[in-house]
Design a protein. Sequence first.
Lengths: 307, 533
Amino acid sequence: MLNIFIKRLLLAIPVLLAVASLTFFLIKLAPGGPFDADKAVSPQVLKNLNEAYNLDASEWEQYIDYMSGILQGDFGPSFRFPGRSVSEMIATGLPVTFELAFYAILIALLIGVSSGVLAALKRNTYLDFIPMAIAMIGICVPTFLMGPLLVLIFGINLEILPVSGWGQLPGDKILPSITLGFAYAAYIARLSRGGMLEVLNQDFIRTARAKGLTERNVVIKHAMQGGLIPVVSFLGPAIAGLLAGSFVVETIFQIPGLGRFYVEAAFNRDYTMILGTTIFFSAMIVFFNLLSDLAAMWLNPRSRDIS
Amino acid sequence: MKYYIFFTLLVLVGCSSSVTPVDDGLENQIFHFGNGSEPQGIDPHIVTGVPEHHILISLCEGLTIPNPFGEENLPGAAESWELSDDGKVYIFNLRKNATWSNGDPVTAEDFVWSWQRILTASLGSQYPDMLYYLEGAQEYHTGLTDDFTSVGVKAVDDYTLEVTLKDPTPFFTGLLSHYSTWPVHKETVLKYGSIDDRNGEWTRPGNFVCNGAFNLKSWELNNKIVVEKNPMYWDASKVKLNEIHYYPVSNVMTEDRMFRAGQLHVTSTLPSQKCPVYLEENNPDLRIDPYMGTYFYRLNTTNPYLKDIKVRKALAYSIDRKLLVEKVTKCGQIPAYSFTPPGSNGYQPTTSIPFDPDLAKQLLSEAGFNAENEFPKLEILFNTNEDHRKIALAIQQMWQQNLGIEVELVNQDWKVYLSREMVGDFQVSRAGWIGDYEDPNTFLDLMRPNRGNNKTGWEDQTYDLLMAKANSTNDQTKRYQLLDEAEKILIENMPIIPLYTYVRSYQLSPDVKGYNPHILDHHHPKFIYLERD
């Protein structure tokens, strides 16, 4: 397994280099520049700004300059926020985004796995239909609707939770975590139900029951290990998606995470910020996919033996 | 299961707090301020936006400060000033008791160095033209000279600043309340970089030194900026607020919810769809203040069809502005019949733009377009935004109905829209302009030839001459007459179609006192305090 891990990790390097290079040239193709503003700057000022940020050099010179910078861990200065480096901004937003993603995935797993397993065990009863119907709603209702709805109910009508913020008022982390977690809980519920149903019909489960194991032991020790493999495989892309896609929730709840920097950088043509966050999120996606593949392999006795 | 739900609810209720930030703010004089978006920074010579202004006005002080009662600017770092008879030389007498937040005295030399900094080309400041009214400033900035002593600003002594202007500029003291003219602390800036360093860390909490009523206490990116009362401020005894918390809430709906939940005292704006609702409900927190801004359409006069004045007039005369503000924008906007908002520092333009579909049709026909020779399809370019789309839809309908012109709406991402406008790749484009200072010049100067923000391709020598003449006279009445003449030429030629005058619509807690309407939306925090009736 260590071999696979190292091999996949090494493979990630050309992937990330390709992402960085492609992004570098693609963003330059987008019309408009970082210093275009409603109040147009004079050609003289534009020239000074381009000089200040090395944008007057040729594309290749800029590319080589940038790539040698990132190899030394320097993602350059932000164009939009003078005096701030991209690395500093990523370091500021990342812990918040991670924390939000952690709570969300925790909620998603708690709700998703328990309702999925329950639905599989009580197949074709109301304990199956109701959670699965709710899961379907969770999949269909986008976070930009779910968030404001929860805020309206718990923040404005019931006045029991703050409507925005992160770590400023007591309880302000609850609604964003639920909003972000709920959509993923729905997916996880459906995946766990499907996985469990498949496993519960297999011979080794019948054998376990025939041997006289309690139902709890059968489910927890035998069925869940195999039944939750689809969930584990889903977790890698899900965590990466949670990190990169938390923008909507961060905006609704005014959370100072990385997602907002990422999207706003694209609107502002903040070249270095777009590049820095893209490379960073790509690395996250590669890493979490690798982690979930390894976890799924470890859970599956057949592939564990092969490795 | 029942216990689980019960405990969850208990935890939720336990988390709730009956004291909102607004209540707490009242007790501790902490002002919670919705500030739109994350500020670019707080270096007054580098930043360009409105959220930056809101923060900087509490941290630094220029020679003058905005008057909360909307009249002439009040003395700021300068306690008085004299103007020479020809209106070109100002002598500013600085306050002897004004200090920087580290205790150093604020001197005339500080202003000279600060103005040298903003005029240093390699700093890449986007507002150097605010000082182009000074003798030799443009020459220094554009590199025609590298001798700063040739620029019209000098320290006569520690507390006397002499400013020499190219022409009499009656709005000069108004201009001084713009942050680009404010001073920075030389030793602090140089401690963290050179005079032209854009990325110096002198603006960080702990490093930042300025001369305003508040000090920078903390800055959490995309979360909150906190400023606290500066005990070294020369007028500290008048400052009642202890802290101001600025929240960069870019989502207007989130901001609205934060206000309703008692997390903000004031919002930066209002969701446009909520304005008519709040108006109907007589919401006591709704504020609609006059604002020095014009919403207009630019016409590309280099376009083969739009280069004909008759076509441009036909387009303008077929728009019912009254209907537009009553049925589309619905938030107290005022129909615009001039480019400069009426009443800008006493200036009343006498122009008019009729809504006359028959005349419009006749003009179009005189331009050679009729049933046989139809006017080709016209494109309205706007940046992606629901409010702009609604307005464009209404105009599309009016032009279709009144002139029979087919109109296509083209929305683009903000930067693509700006770039298309800049290279002239448009026919009709939506635009807005907010005054930088309280004078018609901030609008009319825009349409002079070779101005980067003209963007219409329209040039008129008479207009330019009138503008130049107006800005070289010291007689305000005569000046306004000349500006009005220029404005008439502009409206007669119609390279732009004014649609409405902006208003500032936002929500304000009744606890906030001293937050008076201001045409430029400048509110000096030393006049603001919190008190419940």
